[in-house]
Design a binder for this molecule. Structure first.
Ligand code: ZN
Length: 742
């Protein structure tokens, strides 16, 4: 490494994690112990490995005292997590009840004072923070029932702390009765963030300065191109979650000013640290802000006590310790994981910069190294959580970083100025618009789709990363590191090549249908879900992430069975998200807004539309998909009766997918003898008739159904299926159903 180019590194030897005795910062074994204890309390046996790693590091450093500290940390972590997990939610007795609640709304959770409880509200009120009175039904949060789906229960659980109640219930069907916007200092700060700005600029400022994404989530650059998605696709999503980076930028400016004023180390770091608590109270203590402030305070205090030069790894461990002891379940929070992995990776910035060509400008080398490291460090969490990897993250972050460095401190000052901020916001508004333009432009670039990451994937990733690190340290040659990386890539791709998927996946899309058929050489999606009378985007928020998590990168065929919202509302989102070979429809009904939207999107994307009829068939890998219905001779007044129905036949095994056909249609379609039946019309009384069951005798029946007011599935249907000896799998009870195809 060319250290002469970096006086920062050459002025002082870098601290080592291990190596000579007495070098290990005490916080490292302590936090490993705490992480181990938390995992053990969660019932994850791997926690023992983290705990032992802490003890081993201490012993390698020849300091048994630190080994004892790791064990002590383990006990503290376990106790803290156990306390949070074992605490009952005071709202449990009211689950299922219709209630009206009044409490403090922070834009994310409603906090009640008596009983002291926090809860989520759905649909999320558009009102800003303040006192909210809202009516609805209390239900338990939902777990993850779709691959790649959002696990609301786990997320809510991770938001609790020792001193903060865990949100344990969700108020659904929420209707706001009264809202009183917050006044005082917080209201003042919020007004400063929007004074004189356009709605979209103000929404972005709320997200950046307060971590409040409720307004920006409603913004769209164009129909179906949400601002949030653009940030994610550009690799800039972290900018909209108030992260440690933002607090670092604000305190960084303050520290710089104090250094310029000649303040002693105790003052230049101590004063900003002391200001963090009032800042927290000022901006509303949401989880992301609390975390950023705890991290910032730990770093500043350590810098003040350590006269400005403590070990970076020790600092990070200390910050993690300060976060995890009071909020043990943050360990499971994606925001927490992203922040710490990024910061850990950033500690290697100087090393990587030293490997870049020396003739490049110093600042550019640092910026490239930092951006690259932050991306590499967070890669498994980003890919595993969002199912896609931005390919333009590096240039997008380089440009956005310059804007953020000015925008974040400026926005903070605007907040302090309150309604008087309008003149200052002329500049913030320009910067905010520039940032939006960066996201919009880079968000149009392609992304790499990625399936869910298993344990083997994480091991392969860690191995590749380890090889890269050894190369940075100069312990192995570039050739060896590159070879290891390629071998790991090959190993992760191997299972998919050797055993391509052969299955039918009935996605749990609530009340609606979406069925994925995967065969080598043929990937087909029958319907894409939809929600009647709700603005929840089933296609974009449930179906597309599920396809990504399952590793589906393109569809050969997308079937829109009939013109009903619960089947095809999600079709445009799927067409936008991934390449589709053909869109199949049955009855090309005129003037139906939902079907028209699907057809218009197909046309815009150049996806051919095929009107399929009985007898049409595609074959792949020894399997055949045959269209049973419609015949196309005459159309029924009821859309359900015009549904596209299909059979799948493979090596003597047969399944049928009957859309929303009623009994007469089912009988005329005549699926023949079946092993697996996807019951028509979500288990409606008018479908799955005795005649069909006598003919088909399916050993298993899947009913795609969710919370509904139609009485699906009807007891008569369940009785008929029981009579026929067919085992029933309901998506509202078992979630997504994955069925292997022989
Ligand atoms: Zn339906």
């Amino acid at each position: 490494m060319n250290s002469a180019a970096f006086p920062v590194t050459s002025s002082r030897p870098r601290a080592q994690v291990t190596g000579r005795a007495g070098q290990l910062p005490w916080s490292v074994p302590a936090v490993l112990g705490v992480i181990g204890g938390i995992l053990l309390a969660l019932g994850v046996p791997w926690g023992a490995a983290a705990l032992l790693a802490g003890v081993a590091l201490a012993l390698l450093d020849a300091r048994p005292g630190l080994a004892a500290l790791a064990l002590l940390g383990g006990g503290a972590g376990w106790l803290s997590a156990h306390t949070v997990l074992a605490r009952p939610d005071p709202l449990t007795p009211w689950l299922g009840a219709q209630v009206t609640l009044k409490g403090e709304w922070d834009g994310q959770f409603l906090t009640l004072s008596a009983p002291r409880a926090r809860l989520a509200v759905s649909p999320k009120p558009a009102q800003g923070p303040g006192v909210l009175e809202v009516a609805g039904r209390l239900v338990a949060p939902q777990g993850r029932d779709v691959p790649g789906g959002f696990d609301q229960a786990a997320w809510l659980r991770s938001q609790g702390g020792l001193l903060v109640p865990t949100p344990g219930a969700v108020l659904v069907g929420a209707r706001v009765r009264a809202h009183q916007p917050e006044g005082g200092l917080r209201g003042w700060f919020r007004r400063g963030l929007s004074a004189g700005l356009t709605e979209r600029q103000a929404a972005l400022m709320q997200a950046i300065e307060l971590g409040d994404r409720s307004d920006i989530s409603r913004e769209e650059f164009a129909e179906g191109y949400a601002v949030r998605d653009a940030f994610a696709r550009a690799g800039l999503a972290h900018l909209m979650a108030l992260s440690g980076q933002n607090v670092a930028l604000i305190t960084g400016v303050l520290v710089w000013l104090l250094i310029r004023l000649g303040a002693a180390p105790a003052w230049r770091y101590g004063l900003p640290a002391a200001l963090l608590l009032p800042y927290l109270l000022l901006v509303q203590p949401s989880p992301s802000i609390t975390r950023a402030v705890i991290m910032g305070a730990a770093v500043l205090i350590a810098l003040a006590l350590g006269r400005g030069r403590p070990d970076p790894l020790g600092l990070i461990a200390l910050a993690a310790l300060a976060c995890l002891l009071p909020f043990p379940l943050w360990l499971l929070d994606v925001g927490f994981q992203l922040s710490f992995l990024a910061v850990l990776a950033l500690t290697q910035t100087l090393r990587v910069a030293g490997r870049l060509p020396a003739r490049w400008p110093h600042a550019l080398r640092l910026a490239i190294s930092a951006t690259l490291l932050a991306e590499l460090g967070t890669l498994p969490v980003v890919a595993g959580t969002f199912g896609q990897l931005p390919l333009v993250g590096l240039p997008a972050n380089l440009v956005a970083g310059v804007i953020m460095a000015a925008l974040v401190p400026l926005g903070f000052v605007a907040g302090l100025l309150g309604p008087l901020a309008a003149p200052l916001n002329v500049v913030s508004g320009l910067l905010a618009s520039a940032l939006l333009a960066v996201a919009e432009t880079f968000g149009r670039a392609p992304v790499l789709s990625w399936g869910a990451i298993g344990a083997a994937g994480v091991v392969a990733y860690a191995t590749a990363l380890g090889a890269g690190w050894l190369w940075l340290l100069g312990r192995v040659r570039a050739r060896t590191a590159l070879g290891t990386l390629l071998a790991c890539l090959l190993l992760t791709a191997l299972p998919g090549w050797l055993r391509p998927a052969r299955e039918v996946v009935f996605l749990d899309v609530g009340q609606g249908d979406s069925t994925l058929i995967r065969l080598p050489g043929l990937t087909m999606l029958v319907d894409a879900g939809g929600s009647v009378g709700s603005d929840y985007d089933v296609g974009g928020r449930t179906v597309v992430p599920a396809l990504r998590a399952l590793g589906v990168r393109q569809l050969d065929v997308l079937v829109a069975t009939h013109a009903d919202t619960d089947h095809i509302e999600g079709v445009p989102a799927v067409l936008r998200a991934l390449p589709v070979g053909e869109l199949w429809v049955g009855h090309r009904k005129r003037g139906d807004p939902v079907l028209d939207a699907a057809l218009a999107e197909a046309q815009a994307r150049g996806v051919p539309v095929r009107e399929v009829r009985r007898g049409d068939r595609v074959q792949a890998a020894g399997a055949a998909l045959t269209v049973l219905w419609p015949t196309g001779q005459d159309w029924h007044d009821e859309d359900n009766e015009n549904s596209v129905a299909l059979t799948l036949e493979s090596r003597g095994w047969r399944a049928a997918f009957l859309g929303d056909l009623a009994q007469a249609g089912e009988a005329m379609a005549g699926p023949g003898n079946l092993d697996l039946l996807k019951a028509a019309h979500h288990g409606s009384r008018h479908s799955t008739g005795a005649a069909l069951l006598t003919q088909a005798t399916p050993a298993d029946t899947v009913i795609s159904v969710g919370r509904n007011t139609y009485g699906h599935p009807h007891p008569d249907v369940l009785a008929r299926l029981a009579q026929a000896g067919s085992k029933v799998w309901r998506t509202d009870q078992v979630g997504t159903v994955r069925w292997p195809v022989p």
